[in-house]
Design a protein around this ligand. Structure first.
Ligand SMILES: [Zn+2]
Length: 129
């Protein structure tokens, strides 16, 4: 296992997280599938939940906020574009589909982004590896 020698900047951590890479070392392969994150980074052995029970709750919160904001923005944009002839039946179906698909699509990104935010707020500890 390689350990990074330099502390990444906050921007580097967020950018790495946005590409589903380890915020600490930039290594990839953090997920077993789309929804299952590994216990540790395969490159630097960082505990991806930082060894804290409930660490994932922050990722769920970020996921919910981003999904809701995207949904609200998309719906508002659509309604403004077609107003006053709104196809309400289509809007209902699309809204339900969007509220299911968007959080699932965003989930891995919000996991890594939450990890990056946590590392920015609470820097790396020796027990994180
Ligand atoms: Zn790593």
């Amino acid at each position: 296992m390689a350990t990074p020698t330099a502390v990444p900047s906050s921007g580097a951590r967020i950018l790495r997280a946005c590409t589903l890479r380890c915020p600490e070392c930039g290594g990839g392969g953090l997920f077993r599938g789309w929804l299952r994150i590994k216990d540790r980074c395969p490159t630097c052995a960082l505990k991806l939940d930082r060894g804290t029970p409930g660490h994932f709750v922050g990722a769920y919160l970020v996921n919910l906020i981003v999904a809701e904001l995207l949904f609200a923005f998309g719906l508002l944009t659509w309604l403004v574009a077609v107003w006053p002839d709104v196809p309400w039946d289509t809007v209902r179906i699309a809204a339900v589909a969007a509220m299911v698909v968007t959080p699932l699509t965003l989930y891995p990104f919000t996991r890594t982004i939450w990890l990056a935010a946590d590392l920015i707020i609470d820097p790396l500890r020796p027990t994180d590896r």
